[in-house]
Ligand binder design. Structure first.
Ligand SMILES: *Cc1c(COP(=O)(O)O)cnc(C)c1O
Length: 360
């Protein structure tokens, strides 16, 4: 069986080079005589793996010295609780922009610990755009301001950050981290589950500014306190060792590719291929307003459910899989993360062109 073009929103495809490297080292990592899976997380070999991964992401994202990088478990969903537990600690109030499923879930968790002021929402149009923000409507006394940078389900992304002044900006970057340049210094905290753009499921990256660490709510479980993990450099307890190792291979791959700026150019090229086709197609339509379109997740529809299903089935038979849209949006969604080659998108556009000719 040949490898398919996998457009899954997550877990998603990994670079072939990374999988091959992992395969080569599967039985014996370096001179250890064992697999990384079998290794003590307290061993020199594993310390080297985790600290190198930390250094590499700091370099790739140009993370300033007054931030810590943590490798945690529990996914993006655990951060929905961890962020308020650690940061909602002064006025017990936050501002949030509701741009879809993931900010709704973050909101529901934050409400357990205080007040959530929804500054703006794109709920009125099924989250097909990023709301325009007016800083005059922001709370002066919010503990932080929360956004989701790229909305995996609806295919929208921020191209301009809210200007929150001294209020820390907190962002869920699960589906766009390392896909485009992010100025970390503009944020108090950024988190991202690995399974979209960083590596296999099981590890979550948290980038947090020093002054936001160490003031968790009094009842915060030890494991959910950032300070616990900062103190032990992500080795407080057994971390997801194999996921961290594989993510480290992805960082090395990205560095070899030329880093985030080069990757962003490639991602812009891939997204443009699809959006240009959608804009000129008489049959396929993009669902997001042009100015807020995601580089990573591209939702689109055909005129009827029958045609959507027909296209998904035909694409699948040709080796283009996981194109079915999220159950709340319908239609199709092509997730084109860093690991998706330009060629995969070109070929997808080709089958869309062919489908259009055959179904006019
Ligand atoms: C996938 C995703 C999540 C949820 O991640 P889990 O690791 O499954 O908890 C949160 N936010 C965004 C933007 C996502 O794409």
């Amino acid at each position: 069986m040949e490898r398919v073009y996998n457009f899954s929103a997550g877990p998603s495809m990994l670079p072939v080079e990374v999988l091959e490297q992992a395969q080569k080292e599967m039985l014996c990592y370096g001179t250890s005589g064992m697999s990384v899976m079998e290794m003590s997380h307290r061993s020199k070999d594993f310390e080297n793996i985790i600290y190198t991964a930390e250094d590499d992401i700091k370099e790739l994202m140009n993370i300033p010295d007054n931030y810590k990088v943590l490798f945690l478990q529990g996914g993006g969903n655990m951060q929905f609780a961890m962020v308020p537990l650690n940061l909602m600690n002064k006025n017990k109030k936050i501002d949030l922009v509701n741009t879809g499923q993931w900010t709704k879930k973050a909101m529901a968790e934050a409400k357990k610990y205080g007040e959530v002021n929804v500054v703006a929402s794109s709920d009125d149009k099924t989250f097909t755009y990023i709301p325009k923000l007016d800083p005059a409507t922001f709370s002066k006394d919010a503990d932080y301001f929360y956004i989701c940078l790229n909305n995996t389900i609806y295919g929208t992304r921020y191209t301009k950050l809210p200007e929150t002044g001294a209020i820390p900006l907190v962002a869920d970057a699960s589906s766009n981290i390392l896909s485009e340049k992010i100025d970390v210094s503009k944020f108090g905290l950024i988190f991202a589950g690995a399974q979209k753009n960083l590596g296999p499921a099981g590890v979550t990256v948290v980038i947090v500014r020093d002054d936001l660490i160490g003031n968790a709510r009094e009842y915060t479980p030890t494991m959910l306190d950032y300070a616990t993990h900062v103190k032990e450099r992500s080795l407080y307890n057994t971390p997801p060792t194999y996921s961290i190792y594989t993510m480290g291979l992805v960082f090395k791959w990205l560095k070899k590719m030329g880093g985030v700026e080069v990757m962003q150019k490639v991602n812009e090229e891939k997204a443009a291929l699809l959006y240009n086709f959608l804009d000129n197609s008489a049959l396929f339509k993009g669902t997001v307003v042009p100015e807020d379109r995601s580089l990573m997740n591209v939702p689109f529809v055909l005129p009827t459910d029958e045609l959507n299903e027909k296209f998904i089935a035909e694409a699948k038979a040709k080796g283009f899989v996981n194109l079915k849209g999220h159950r709340t949006v319908g239609g199709m969604r092509a997730s084109i993360y860093n690991a998706m080659p330009v060629e995969g998108v070109k070929k997808l556009v080709e089958i869309m062109e062919k489908f259009e000719l055959e179904n006019k």
